[in-house]
Write a protein that binds this ligand. Structure first.
Ligand SMILES: [Zn+2]
Length: 437
């Protein structure tokens, strides 16, 4: 029979270790693990020195709790750490995942407190990465310790993955999967304000390159007046037409598609970068640096971010998008014969969508434990994408659940509520004890 989770003991231990948990969070904030790192940052074998130091510090914490360590450098010069705790029986396994890299600090003047100190003020820990997501890592490390203190004889394995490359290429978690790490369920402790995230959209970046025809700008009247025969072809103006057409497609899709609990219209097609001018171009870049608008631009490239719902299929989206663009181009004599070039997944940016059944035991366990410490449990969708998608797309049931408000991530004056940090710690500890019951 399942044992009851000892809520009061968990609460007592976490409150008793409050200072230790705060110190752990501060310690993690003090490692300068910006991604990308500043040009003058010290490196060892190509890897950021402070990243190695941060991982080594976490490694020692886990080792002393009986974890076996696997630490390695991935091809792109980031280190990953996976620690495994061997349980005593054949129970279900549970995986925790967090990233130690942060976005760059930005302007120092914008910070009220030193971003590297973990200054405490009004019940909050201030610093870069406090929310995204060193607080989350400190919480699950402390939660694991608390759980093991209450029951060192777990019947299944705990796997902890600490990656250093999430904010840029986001390869760290995929590296862990490639290395064969897996579990029956996974928790990603990104900041969710302690909401249980059960789904997130997919995301892909794409580029549309539009070609025109060079001509002296003084022939413009031949291009825009009746009977001009389309002398010069302005790639920028053709691109504007395409942008408007895609805006229309975005509206159609927003109107037709839904996936609660994700917000309506989250399936956007967002134009983010536009580059155009005379002299030709390739791969989103102009061949020369034009300084004279007196020539017809013959190249224009526009890059989009496209998001889609978990009940959609990326291949179908690509097909629908291409069919729409093709149909639109049939209406324009130039575009009909000079179709734009579309490149999907530019810079390798593609995140599959993620979702978990709301009745899955992982969602049930975390909701139940969250509620048992006094706050109402809320399940919701994530508006951004996270590393959860890599596990979810391998059919490993996953959620995101962590302390901190997402709107403070990537902002100056990032700070984390200590109450929420401790609450998350309790929920992680309780979840472990329940999961391995
Ligand atoms: Zn993050």
């Amino acid at each position: 029979m399942a044992k009851k989770v000892p809520h009061s003991e968990i609460s007592y231990l976490v409150e008793a270790h409050k200072q230790k948990i705060i110190e752990l969070t501060k310690k993690l904030i003090r490692f300068k693990t910006e991604n990308p790192a500043p040009a003058n940052a010290q490196k060892i074998g190509g890897v950021l020195k402070e990243e190695i130091e941060c991982l080594n510090f976490i490694k020692h914490t886990l080792k002393s709790s009986g974890f076996k360590i696997d630490q390695w450098k991935q091809e792109t010069n980031f280190q990953n750490l996976v620690a495994s705790f061997q349980g005593s029986g054949n129970g279900r396994s549970l995986l925790f995942n967090g990233h130690i890299d942060t976005v760059p600090m930005g302007e120092h003047e914008g910070w009220k407190f030193d971003p590297w100190r973990g200054h405490i003020s009004e019940g909050r820990i201030h610093g870069l990465g406090s929310v995204d997501m060193k607080g989350g890592i400190a919480a699950f490390l402390s939660g694991i310790q608390t759980a093991l203190q209450l029951n060192s004889n777990l019947n299944g394995n705990i796997i902890v993955e600490i990656v250093s490359d999430e904010e840029m290429a986001g390869k760290g978690t995929r590296e862990c999967l490639k290395r064969g790490y897996s579990a029956e369920a996974a928790i990603f402790s990104e900041p969710t304000n302690l909401n249980i995230i059960i789904c997130e959209p997919g995301l892909i970046h794409l580029r549309i390159e539009v070609y025109g025809r060079r001509a002296h700008s003084s022939t413009r009247y031949k291009s825009i007046q009746a009977g001009g025969q389309g002398y010069g072809i302005n790639a920028i103006e053709k691109t504007v037409k395409i942008i408007q057409a895609i805006r229309e497609l975005e509206k159609q899709w927003a109107n037709m598609k839904t996936y609660p609990p994700l917000p309506l219209g989250l399936n956007y097609i967002h134009p983010g970068i536009i580059v155009g001018g005379p002299g030709g171009g390739k791969d989103g870049k102009l061949s020369t640096t034009p300084e004279n608008p007196g020539t017809f631009p013959d190249y224009c490239s526009i890059e989009y971010e496209l998001k889609f719902y978990p009940n959609e299929n990326i291949e179908k989206i690509k097909k629908d998008f291409m069919r729409y663009l093709h149909s639109f181009c049939q209406l324009d004599p130039w575009l009909k014969t000079h179709p734009p070039k579309v490149t999907w997944r530019i810079r390798d940016i593609y995140f599959p969508p993620a979702h978990i059944r709301p009745t899955h035991p992982l969602v049930h366990t975390v909701s139940h434990i969250h509620q048992s410490f006094g706050r109402e449990a809320k399940t919701s969708g994530f508006e951004a994408v996270s590393d959860m998608c890599w596990y979810s797309s391998q059919n490993i049931p996953s959620i995101v659940y962590g302390p901190g408000e997402i709107h403070l991530a990537h902002s100056n004056n990032e700070s984390l509520s200590i109450d929420d940090l401790l609450y998350a710690t309790k929920v992680y500890a309780g979840t472990i004890l329940q999961w391995f019951n």
